[in-house]
Design a protein around this ligand. Structure first.
Ligand code: 0O2
Length: 270
């Protein structure tokens, strides 16, 4: 197969990976802007390398003409969550979307691999627009916690190092580490609601501050500068109290002041 042909094959998958990363990252932003906890912590993606594709089709005896049909992970997205409970939330978010159609799932959380590997895999159909028209592709989405990802990354490197011939003492250590990861995920889940509350509060504060500063900036353009300086000093004082209720009160008062200026400017235009 010529190099040019590989480029033609892989190009739409590159587009799919870019689009999907953007879409999942945007979901994180939307959650944060709406003061909601995001079940997605990070998103990464990759297009499988040609050598990895060749190795897979050789290992699974896949004919070249069936490559795109049978190699389901040419495009791969990895979604990292903080807690095990978030994995289900992400899977059902994907299920409800109209731009992604689930083909199959592999639940390595319920059915842990012999290596100790845990992750939730979905194969989806996703359509990209190319110069030749729409193209429906398969994409593998791996959903796992930060802890599961830590383990899988290390184990993947060791698999690469030992090329399928891992010494028993390394396998044993990895199995022990996998057990420790199960305990860690369980432990973190038990404090999930506390951690979520803390993260949501910090997000609310950050959104409030951004809103207040935006309002102050707008006021600066239309009102008396000395007055705006006083408002800014008051904001800094309230901010230093670290009391979210005071910050919310200040935000409401500022909204009323800004509304007053808006009404004034409308009536002066009439
Ligand atoms: P890469 O570099 O991530 O692309 P197979 O590919 O034959 O192993 P299958 O049926 O195609 O298996 O899909 P499966 O089992 O869902 O695995 C696909 C991907 O899951 C793998 O891709 C890995 O990324 C990950 N994975 C599966 N099992 C393990 C494991 O035991 N340890 C680690 N670290 N990762 C695993 P690739 O192609 O192997 O690698």
């Amino acid at each position: 197969m010529e190099i040019q042909l590989w480029r033609n094959i892989l190009c739409p998958y590159e587009l799919a990976v870019k689009e999907l990363i953007l879409k999942f990252e945007h979901l994180i932003i939307e959650h944060k802007e709406n003061d909601l906890y995001s079940p997605i912590e990070q998103v990464t993606g990759r297009v499988k390398s040609v050598s990895s594709i060749l190795e897979k089709i050789h290992r699974k005896n896949i004919p070249m003409e069936k490559l795109e049909q049978e190699v389901e992970d040419i495009a791969g997205i990895r979604i990292i969550c903080q807690f095990e409970e978030d994995i289900d939330a992400v899977a059902s978010m994907i299920q409800k979307r109209s731009d992604m159609e689930i083909k199959s799932e592999k639940n390595y959380l319920k059915h842990i691999k012999q290596s100790g590997y845990r992750s939730y895999h979905l194969i989806i159909y996703y359509t990209v627009e190319t110069v030749h028209g729409p193209k429906k592709l398969q994409v593998e989405i791996q959903i796992r916690t930060l802890a599961m990802n830590f383990w899988a990354t290390i184990e993947h490197s060791l698999q690469y190092k030992y090329k399928g011939d891992m010494p028993p003492h390394v396998t044993e250590r990895l199995a022990k580490a996998a057990d420790a990861i199960v305990s860690l995920d369980r432990e973190m889940s038990s404090v999930r609601s506390e951690i979520m509350d803390a993260q949501i509060s910090s997000q609310i504060q950050s959104n409030l501050v951004a809103d207040i500063l935006n309002n102050i900036e707008n006021l600066y353009k239309v009102s008396n500068q000395r007055e705006v300086m006083k408002i800014q000093d008051e904001f800094l004082r309230v901010f230093q109290t670290k009391d979210i209720r005071q910050l919310e009160r200040f935000h409401r008062q500022l909204d009323i002041i800004a509304e007053g200026y808006r009404a004034q400017s409308v009536s002066s235009k009439l």
